[in-house]
Design a protein around this ligand. Structure first.
Ligand code: OGA
Ligand code: MN
Length: 299
């Protein structure tokens, strides 16, 4: 592990072995953080794609205030899981109280690599997840990890002829693909109404997109939402997409986050895919508060 001090008695950034993922130390996110420190956090966020802060104690207001420093916040389409009084906070949880789920269980349950809301014309730019309850095994180790894969490192590692082949292609993203095709979907899973489906028609995004801040090229397709490639027959696109999914999530591009209560972790939706590891069940409880930063049209 290396430690880069950005400035004495300010924040420091600790890197692990993965090409993404860094711990930021020395910040209390409950405070109204000054602009200079926010700039340093942003620098680390864009450079490392996933950053996390341990041992935080945040009220919903404080999480919303901190998240807003990164842009306007999104209000999720699934209104049932917004924290009462705080529409900017989406509750992710497997907990059921009085017969009602307290949060969206699927975000932690969809065992498929994805980027969030890629089906929107303007997919979200990133998210911040704050952990309130983390499940544990009988032996005491944490469960319910989240994995992140660098789509920028994956792009860089593509052979040149593949980079040329993908340049200019667009993929079609469909909001409910992951649900429509899931034969194991149970009644406890979320369903989208016809009206919600109509509000979010399919959209085409570049297969290779450019990060608006770093300028890095990123592979932007994901198994949860992509149904095909524009102007390419399925027989050709299906094996190409499969190969890309496998490539993007090769172990050398992956950072695996082991949660502790009080972590605030942010990820960049352009330069990573993520996957919630589904290795726990009630009575092991998991509860997280997510804020989501609005995005822009990918290019
Ligand atoms: C999400 C998500 C992963 C997790 O919030 O979009 O996929 O581990 N969460 O909860
Ligand atoms: Mn997600």
């Amino acid at each position: 592990m290396t430690i880069t001090s950005l400035a004495s008695n300010e924040i420091s950034v600790r890197l692990g072995n993965a090409p993404i993922g860094a711990e930021i130390v020395g910040v209390d996110l409950a405070q109204d953080i000054d602009a200079g420190v926010i700039e340093k956090i942003k620098e680390a966020y864009y450079r490392h794609s996933v950053v996390y802060f341990r041992n935080q104690q945040l009220t919903p207001e404080q999480q919303v205030r901190f998240s807003r420093r990164f842009g306007e916040l999104e209000i999720h389409v699934l209104k049932d899981y917004l924290l009462p009084g705080y529409p900017e906070i989406l509750v992710l949880s497997n907990i059921v109280e009085d017969g009602k789920p307290v949060g969206l269980a699927d975000a932690g349950r969809v065992a498929v690599w994805h980027t969030d809301m890629s089906y929107l014309k303007e997919p979200s730019a990133g998210s911040a997840l704050y952990s309130l309850e983390v499940p544990h095994s009988a032996a005491g180790g944490s469960l319910g990890d989240t994995m992140f894969a660098s789509t920028a490192a994956a792009y860089d590692a593509l052979p040149e002829d593949m980079k040329r082949k993908l340049a200019g292609l667009k993929a079609v993203h469909h909001m409910t693909k992951g649900y429509d095709n899931d034969a194991t979907a149970s009644s406890s899973r979320i369903t989208y109404s016809d009206e919600q489906r109509r509000q979010v028609p399919d959209v085409a995004h570049p297969v290779i997109r450019t990060h608006p801040v770093t300028g890095r090229k990123c592979i932007y397709i994901n198994q949860l939402c992509v149904t095909g490639i524009v102007d390419m027959p399925d027989e050709e696109s299906a094996p190409l997409l499969e190969a890309l999914y496998g490539h993007c999530t090769r172990p050398e591009f992956v950072y695996r986050h082991r949660w502790r209560v009080g972590d605030l972790l942010m990820w960049d939706n352009c330069s990573v895919q993520h996957l919630a590891v589904q290795d726990y069940a009630l009575p092991q409880r998991r509860r997280m508060h997510r804020t989501t930063i609005k995005g822009f049209v990918p290019f």
